[in-house]
Design a protein around this ligand. Structure first.
Ligand code: M6R
Length: 361
C-alpha cells in the first residue's frame, strides 16, 4: 500500500502533482471557479481563519492572498487559543476552519463557538464525513486522498489550493479583480502540478543536503511575505519527524533576537524565490553569513545568479508565479524534513508522541 515507497510520507509527497491536479479539476472549470454561489464575499467585513499545526500555516499563507487580492481584513489564530479567547466576531463576517482530519478537537470547538456569531462557517477538510465538515454551513473538500503519514504533506498543498481559489473568488466578488486577471491567475494555478513534478526531481539533491542537516542540533528557517509561514511549516515538519530543534522566523525579525543563535553549527534554510521581497531577504541572509552561519538557499535561477556567493548550499527551484510560490516551495520543505529524518533513522510515519488526529485537547 506504500506503492513502492519506503514510507507513506514519501508516497504522499510524490502524490502531490496528481492530487493537486484532481483539486484543480474540481475547483477550476472552463467557466470559472467552481465554488458555492451563496459563498459571497462582497459584503463581508472580515474573514477569520482557524486551524492547528500545518493547517494553521496554510491559513497563514492564505491571509496574504485574501488581503492582497481581495483587500479583505483577515484574522488568523490557532484553534486552542481562539476558542478560549472567545473573540468578538462581526456578524457580517465569515469564519473558515481548515483541518485535514476534520476531527481536531480544538478546531471543532472553535467552529462551535462561531455558530450563530458569523454569517457563515466554512470547512476546508480532507474527510467530507468528518465532524467539522458536517457542522459547518459549507464544506469544501481538499481532495487530497487518504493521508497516512503523521506529517501532513499533500493535505497542506491541497489546502493551499482551495484557499487560493477562495481568495480569487473573494477578489472577484469584491471588485478587485477583472475577469481577465482571474483567468490569468487560474492559468498560474493550473501549471502548478507540472512545477511540483519538477521540484520533486530535486529529491536526490535534497537527500544529499539532508545528510549534513541530520548532524545539526538546531536549524533555522527564514522567509518573508508568504514565505514566512512556509518557514514555520518547514521548521514544524523537521522537528516533528527528525526531532531536531528547528525554528521558523520572518527574516526581518532576525536582528530582533534570533541572530544571536547563529554560529557555524546552525544551518539556516532560506526560502527566497526571486520576487519583489528577494533583495530584503538576501540582505538578512548576508547578515547570517557575516556571522559565520551556513546558509542553504532555496531559490530560482535568477535568485541564485544574484545571491549564491558565500552560500553553503543552493537548491534551484523552477520559476513560479510569485503569488503561488508557497505551494511549490512546500515540496523542498517536506523533502528536507523527510530525508533528514530518514538519515537519523527515526520512525518517519509514526513519530514519537504524535497522533495523526488530535481528537482530545
Ligand atoms: O487534522 P488537522 O489538519 O486538523 O490536524 C492539525 C494538526 O494536528 C496537524 O496539521 C499536525 O500539525 C501535523 N502533524 C503536521 O504535520
Amino acid at each position: 500500500e506504500k506503492g513502492g515507497y519506503k514510507h507513506f510520507m514519501a508516497k504522499e509527497i510524490a502524490e502531490q502533482p496528481a492530487v493537486l491536479g484532481d483539486a484543480l479539476q474540481h475547483y477550476l472549470t472552463d467557466d470559472g471557479l467552481n465554488l458555492p454561489s451563496d459563498l459571497d464575499f462582497s459584503n463581508i467585513s472580515r474573514l477569520t481563519l482557524v486551524a492547528c499545526g500545518t493547517a494553521f500555516y496554510a491559513c497563514s499563507v492564505a491571509k496574504y492572498w485574501f488581503e492582497s487580492l481581495a483587500r479583505l481584513p483577515v484574522e488568523i489564530d490557532v484553534a486552542s487559543e481562539f476558542r478560549y479567547r472567545e473573540p468578538p466576531l462581526p456578524t457580517d463576517s465569515y469564519a473558515i476552519f481548515v483541518s485535514q482530519s476534520g476531527e481536531t478537537a480544538d478546531t471543532l470547538a472553535a467552529l462551535r463557538y462561531c455558530h450563530e456569531k458569523v454569517a457563515k462557517t466554512v470547512a476546508v477538510v480532507n474527510v467530507p464525513s468528518s465532524s467539522i465538515a458536517r457542522e459547518s454551513d459549507i464544506a469544501l473538500p481538499i481532495l487530497a486522498g487518504v493521508e497516512v503519514g503523521v506529517a501532513s504533506t499533500k493535505a497542506f498543498t491541497c489546502q493551499l489550493l482551495v484557499l487560493a481559489s477562495l481568495a480569487l473568488k473573494a477578489a472577484r466578488d469584491r471588485g478587485h479583480m477583472t475577469e481577465a486577471e482571474l483567468k490569468q491567475h487560474m492559468e498560474e494555478l493550473r501549471i502548478l502540478p507540472g512545477l511540483l513534478t519538477r521540484a520533486l526531481d530535486l529529491d536526490e539533491t535534497l537527500n544529499i543536503v539532508s545528510n549534513d542537516l541530520s548532524e545539526a542540533r538546531d536549524v533555522l528557517f527564514l522567509g518573508r511575505g508568504a514565505m514566512y509561514p512556509l518557514a514555520l511549516e518547514g521548521a514544524l515538519k523537521l522537528k516533528e519527524i527528525s526531532y531536531i530543534h528547528a525554528e521558523g522566523y520572518a527574516s526581518g525579525e532576525l536582528k530582533h533576537g534570533p541572530i544571536a543563535l547563529i554560529d557555524s553549527h546552525t544551518p539556516v534554510i532560506v526560502f527566497a524565490p526571486h520576487d519583489p521581497l528577494f533583495d530584503k531577504t538576501v540582505s538578512n541572509m548576508q547578515e547570517v553569513m557575516a556571522r559565520g552561519g551556513k546558509v542553504l538557499l532555496v531559490s530560482d535561477r535568477k535568485g541564485l545568479e544574484i545571491a549564491s556567493e558565500g552560500v553553503w548550499q543552493t537548491v534551484q527551484m523552477p520559476e513560479v508565479p510569485d503569488l503561488f510560490a508557497p505551494i511549490l516551495y512546500a515540496v523542498p520543505a517536506q523533502l528536507i524534513a523527510y530525508h533528514t529524518a530518514v538519515a537519523k533513522g527515526t520512525d518517519v510515519d509514526q513519530p514519537r508522541n504524535l497522533a495523526k488526529s488530535v481528537t482530545v485537547e
